[in-house]
Structures are given as C-alpha cells and as structure tokens.
Design a protein around this ligand. Structure first.
Ligand SMILES: Cc1ncc(COP(=O)(O)O)c(C=O)c1O
Length: 422
C-alpha cells in the first residue's frame, strides 16, 4: 500500500527488535534462548489462579461485577491496595503522593509508559535515557519521532556528571526546550541489572529542576520499577516518590505482571496531579479501562496474601536460576568477559573486551545462532544518539524463561562460540 495511506506515526514505526528476536526463535526451533524476556514457566501460579477464579466466581453478584466493564482509572480496591503496598515498600510515612487518587491501573506497565510518553511528547521532543535502556521503550520513542540522549550507567545508576553535561549542552543549543523527561529503569535494570541508588534519583531530580527554567516547563522523572519486586538480595531501596519535595515531578510505573503472572498483564502508574487527568483522558480513549476480571484476580490475590506467598517462591526461584547462570559463566566464559552478579530481576549483562563485536550482523551472533543459542545483542539496547559512539561489544543474558539445564548448556555453547570467534 502507498505510504501516504498511513499516518506519520504508522509510516515511521519500524519493526520492533522484539519481533526480530521472536523470528530468530521461530526460525530455529531447537534454539536455547537466553534472549527472551519471558518469565519462568514452571513457577507460574496455576493452582493459585484457579483458586482465585473459583473464589471470585463463587458468588453470582461478585462474578457479575468482575465480568462487567470497569472504570477508566481501575478497580477502587486494587488502586487502594497498590498504593498501600507502594507506601510500605518506600517506608514513607509522609507525603500526600501516596493516594489512590493519583493511581491508575493499566494493561501492563507498558501501557503506562506509552500513555505518559504520548501525553508529554511531540515529534522532535527529547527524552534522556540510560545507556543502555529497555529496548521496547525505545520502540515507543522511535514510533513517536522523539530524540534521545543517552546517559552512561555506572554501578549505582546514571553518571550524574554526564547528565549535567548533557543538560548544559542542550541549554547551550536551545534544545533544552524540547526535553520532557528522564526515563530510568531503576531496579535490576533491563538490560544491565543495575539498580539506581536513592541518592542518585534525588540528585537527578534536583538537576532536572535546575534546568526547568531554561526548558520553560517541568522536566519529569519517569521511574520504571518493573523489576522492583523480583529482588533476591541487597536492601530495599525507596523509589523517587519518597522524596516528597519532588512529588509533582515523579511518574512511577509499576507492574504486577512480572511478580505474579505475566499473562495477567496488570500494571499501574502513580502520577503527578498535573499529569493525572490528561493521562486518564488518554487512557479513556485507549480502552476506557483495563480488563476488570484480571484486576479483580489481582486484588483478591493481594488481599488473600497469595500474591506475597507466590512472590517469595518466585524470588527464590530466580535466585537459584541466577546462580546457575553465574556458575556457568564462571566455568565457560573467557576471563576477559566482564559481568556483574545479579541481585534481582531477570538479566545479566556481559561486556566483551574492547574490539569484540556482538551485534546482530557479527560473526559471534551468527555462530551462536548456528549453534542454536540466542542472546540479545547489546547494541539493540542503546538509543539512537549521534552525540556518542554506540558500544557494540555487549550482550544481555536472561535467566527468566530458560530451564536450569538450558541455561547451563546455553552458556557452555556461548562460551565455546566466544573462544572460537574472539
Ligand atoms: C523495563 C521494563 N518495563 C516495563 C515492562 C513492561 O512489563 P508489563 O507491561 O508486563 O508490566 C517490561 C517488560 O519486559 C520491562 O522490561
């Protein structure tokens, strides 16, 4: 069909990296995928969900309510439980930000990321992102014609000196007026596994505020906490919401999908007041409400504490799988490959020695495919940003979907590919 038949967004949107990775998996039916962002299949809460559904549908009145349309903002009980949970996690006893009136339930946190970006950004606007970042979010950015500036990641979050440098240079060119937000995947980041310290979040908020007078509008922090609950070691770190002074600048995106069941795709957002109504209107246009039945399943899971019981099983399970992966890395990967131990989430990020190439067209990737093992080439996780060189020597390895045996065998194969190719 003629390109002009499509909107600018339709014409602009390229195939997301995820479709390409899926195709690789389908084209190689025997492949061991250490690439997929899938969660552990074995531990999905089958029995719990059956019980929850039975309970929910046992009374015809409750069943009818669950099978009816809900409201745009989401189920009132689930919104309240969500906020109570968040407040407890943040150990925050001050601040009016923890109120259900600012919570919106979405179809996965992915929808929240999409809606917020749609509400704040026009084509040509700039988003500051971590280098590397969540590549599916980069799809939203690409599709909306937005620009990115990548801020390098350190062991405890973004490099603040670099953030300031980028803001300063955007101020100098006048482009600061196009800067709308800083997007951080703050816990056990996808893809790098890095967790941002609380101090860094607050320091970033202060920096953003300093540049608002040059931007002429608020610059928000979008905190994507998708992996927060999948923590198996290290301390609980409060979200940026806990800093009450900046409550009108923090957009918090959370999810129940990874810590319970990814097939029950329920996420949520806690939004600054000024943004809340706009986001609610846009959500109304998207779907006028997330599936009511799925929300009620989750509300019941939270209330009955089945959610917490299941989460603790998942945390132990992922801790074990991460250990399997790390042991295999120690055993099979060349010493020159750097990686950090996982404390949560689903990923380990590996960096080859300088000059090593891991991209989709590299000999390494092709040899890995030929030996039926798949990883995510690190370069897919970097925003398009001409102001810095693109690192091409990294890979994301997931311990989420693969079984223990697949992880061991997959890393053994990758280790031999690395030795043969580099
Ligand atoms: C960093 C990050 N944010 C958000 C999401 C979306 O998750 P969901 O829509 O299932 O809540 C994902 C999923 O992989 C993710 O990795």
């Amino acid at each position: 069909m003629k390109a002009s038949a499509f909107s600018k967004l339709g014409q602009r949107t390229t195939d997301p990296a995820i479709s390409w990775l899926m195709k690789m998996t389908l084209d190689h039916p025997h492949i061991i995928s250490l690439a997929a962002g899938f969660t552990d299949d074995w531990s999905l809460p089958v029995e719990e969900t059956r019980e929850l559904l039975n309970e929910l549908l046992a009374s015809s009145t409750a069943a009818r309510a669950a099978l009816q349309y809900g409201s745009t903002l989401g189920d009132a009980t689930l919104r309240r439980l969500t906020i109570e949970r968040l407040r407890a996690q943040d150990r925050a006893d001050v601040g009016g930000q923890y109120t259900p009136e600012r919570a919106i339930i979405t179809h996965g946190s992915q929808q929240l990321l999409y809606i917020v970006t749609e509400c704040l950004c026009d084509s040509g606007d700039i988003i500051l992102v971590e280098d590397p970042t969540y590549f599916v979010y980069l799809g939203i950015v690409q599709s909306h014609g937005l620009q990115c500036r990548g801020i390098p990641l350190e062991a405890d979050g973004i490099d603040l000196i670099r953030l300031e440098h980028v803001l300063e240079s955007l101020k100098r060119t006048g482009e600061i007026r196009r800067v709308k937000m800083l997007y951080l995947v703050s816990y056990f980041q996808n893809p790098s596994g890095v967790t941002t310290s609380y101090q860094k979040k607050v320091a970033a908020l202060k920096l953003l505020r300093r540049y608002e007078k040059f931007a002429g509008h608020p610059i928000f922090l979008l905190e994507d906490a998708a992996y927060r609950e999948l923590r198996f070691s290290g301390p609980e770190i409060p979200s940026a919401l806990a800093e009450a002074k900046f409550q009108d600048r923090v957009i918090y995106a959370g999810t129940f999908s990874k810590p319970f069941a990814t097939g029950i795709r329920v996420g949520y957002g806690l939004l600054p007041r000024a943004l809340f109504d706009v986001a609610a209107r846009v959500k109304g246009n998207h779907d006028f409400g997330t599936s009511n039945l799925l929300q009620q399943i989750l509300a019941t899971a939270l209330q009955s504490r089945r959610y917490d019981a299941h989460l603790s099983v998942l945390q132990q399970r992922y801790q074990k799988k991460a250990k399997v992966l790390m042991r295999a890395l120690q055993q099979h990967f060349p010493q020159a490959v750097e990686w950090r131990p996982a404390e949560g989430g689903l990923y380990i990020w590996a960096r080859l020695a300088r000059g090593g190439k891991s991209g989709p067209k590299s000999t390494l990737f092709e040899t890995a495919l030929a030996r039926d093992v798949l990883y995510v080439p690190g370069e897919l996780c970097y925003a398009s940003d001409r102001t810095r060189p693109l690192p091409r020597n990294e890979m994301r390895l997931s311990f989420g979907g693969a079984t223990d045996d697949e992880i061991r065998e997959g890393i053994k194969r990758l280790g031999s590919v690395l030795r043969d190719c580099l």
